[in-house]
Design a protein around this ligand. Sequence first.
Ligand code: ZN
Ligand code: ZN
Length: 173
Amino acid sequence: MRFKINEIGAEGLPLHVPVTAEWVAAACPEAELRPGPGGLALDGRIDKTGEDYLLRAHVRGELEMTCARCLEPARIPIDVPLALTFVSSEADKTDGDDDPDVVPLKGNEIDVGDEVRDEILLALPLNPLCQEACRGLCEVCGANRNLSACTCKAGVAATAPFAALGKLKLSNT
Ligand SMILES: [Zn+2]
Ligand SMILES: [Zn+2]
């Protein structure tokens, strides 16, 4: 996710950079994550304003995680805006670096990799679901209950003995 500043002319630099599975795997090794079939891309532009560079872009597309209930793929739509100002390191020293949207230039390159990664990680749900109404896996036979209604009666089998016990106690007292 690096762009050479000498390629950014007066008219700016349009960006359309696919976010690849390899990039996601390298940037987010902790997360089980990949771009979905619809793809993921960084779209936008970089403009030069004086000594600074303004990046206005969106990370758009979809990511694929694993459904927390049924373990099938869960597709997460992503549309995250990015607005960053890249400043030369001398300017950064005088401005201080409190503003997270102000990023020092690295040599002759603009590197948005860290910011794209952070925005992706922030956009991820804690419990990704393949669908809001996902019915999960059967606790007894492991069947995906979205696909087939298995005949296991986990709930009934577990509670029936206690229900019978309760009735006995009631009739004794
Ligand atoms: Zn699911
Ligand atoms: Zn079952």
